[in-house]
Design a protein around this ligand. Structure first.
Ligand SMILES: NC(=O)c1ccc[n+]([C@@H]2O[C@H](COP(=O)([O-])OP(=O)(O)OC[C@H]3O[C@@H](n4cnc5c(N)ncnc54)[C@H](OP(=O)(O)O)[C@@H]3O)[C@@H](O)[C@H]2O)c1
Length: 331
């Protein structure tokens, strides 16, 4: 098997750290690894396969001899450096939203539209983390019943906003225990012991950018241009793993039994649905796990042909690093 020269742009961040672990854990055939960051972290080191790798500052020459470049350093960095990586001959797998909706850039969840990878022209986009977790359960149900529209609410962990947000929640929890004030830096309000109905920037419609990703990216990934989704995205004081409460309306008649059968067989998904035994998906039980979990499946009482369910998944894994490495494996 060929071994690949790999670069990670944003290697010191929350997603970058996870990318290093996933590449190692899945024995991805890495010939060499280049860890890239901003000037802030250049000179630090990261661990890969027991070896300490010096972090370099990202610049125009960072992609010489690189085969695969994983990008997780924000949209602006991707917009500037993905074309540079492409010119240097590398294929980019981008975790940011910079290219997701571009028509010539495949947006891929391997369990759903892995075939789309074949159409790439040097860059493949990784979906939004909440969208990825929700679609892992919605797509198999769509295959069985034909989804028309969805209403949903997300419960998003702070690690979705990166390492500084993890630190901010820790600090606010400690400050509260010590009865002292802590000024929020990442979020507009305290996140500890609070929930914020505000993820990403607001649009003129009143939705946030994050909220519109579910519909826009869902259409592209499921090849379903008529798909409609109205979601309220909420940040919760959870360190890791997003959850989404979904009510979905389908074309065909649904039953809980059939839905269970479909979900139990779906790749990358586990059915955890024994509410009478208090067994349902939770962030604490999916954190660190590759598979997403789905439960609380019931006939929706407001829709015809509707199902309500609850899905949880580790957004640093299925919503970012794991999905990106799965795409690299497909390549
Ligand atoms: N967190 C998630 O669950 C998640 C899921 C899906 C997608 N994403 C996306 O992935 C990206 C990274 O997220 P994250 O959570 O890992 O953020 P993070 O913890 O804040 O890490 C950001 C990384 O980007 C690097 N960076 C920032 N500015 C840079 C620049 N100008 N040049 C080079 N490197 C730069 C940082 O390096 P320094 O150490 O030098 O600052 C750090 O390594 C974001 O675009 C985010 O939307 C995140």
């Amino acid at each position: 098997m060929k071994n690949y020269h790999v670069a990670i742009v944003g290697a010191t961040g929350a997603v970058g750290a996870e990318l290093l672990r996933v590449l190692e854990r899945r024995s991805f055939p890495v010939a060499s690894l280049r860890a890239l960051s901003s000037a802030r972290s250049a000179g630090k080191s990261v661990l890969f396969r027991g070896e300490s790798i010096k972090v370099e500052e990202l610049d125009e020459n960072s992609f010489a001899k690189i085969d695969i470049a994983f990008f997780s350093a924000g949209g602006d960095v991707s917009r500037k450096f993905v074309p540079i990586a492409r010119n240097a001959g590398a294929i980019s797998i981008d975790n940011t939203s910079a290219f997701r909706i571009e028509p010539d850039v495949p947006l891929v969840i391997p369990e759903i539209n892995g075939e789309d990878v074949k159409q790439h022209r040097g860059v493949i986009a990784n979906p939004n983390c909440t969208t990825a977790v929700a679609l892992m359960a919605l797509y198999p149900l769509h295959r069985a019943f034909g989804v028309k529209r969805v209403f949903a609410a997300s419960y998003q962990a702070v690690s979705g906003s990166g390492q500084r947000a993890i630190d901010e929640l820790r600090e606010q929890v400690a400050a509260s225990a010590q009865d002292r004030q802590s000024t929020p830096q990442v979020y507009p309000h305290q996140i500890a012991f609070n929930v914020l109905p505000h993820v990403d920037t607001f649009l003129e419609t009143g939705y946030t950018k994050e909220e519109m990703k579910f519909q826009n990216e869902g259409r592209k990934i499921m090849h379903l241009p008529e798909f409609r989704a109205s979601i309220t995205c909420v940040r919760v004081p959870v360190y890791r793993a997003h959850s989404v409460a979904v009510s979905a309306e389908f074309e065909r008649e649904v039953s809980v039994e059939q839905a269970h059968e479909v979900l139990a067989k779906a790749p990358g998904l586990e059915l955890v649905d024994q509410p009478n035994k208090s067994r349902y998906p939770m962030p604490l039980t999916v954190a660190g796990k590759d598979n997403c979990e789905v439960g609380r499946v019931r006939i929706d009482c407001a829709f015809d042909n509707g199902l309500s369910f609850w899905v949880s998944g580790d957004q640093l894994l299925k919503g970012a690093a794991l999905n990106a490495v799965q795409i690299a494996e497909l390549l």
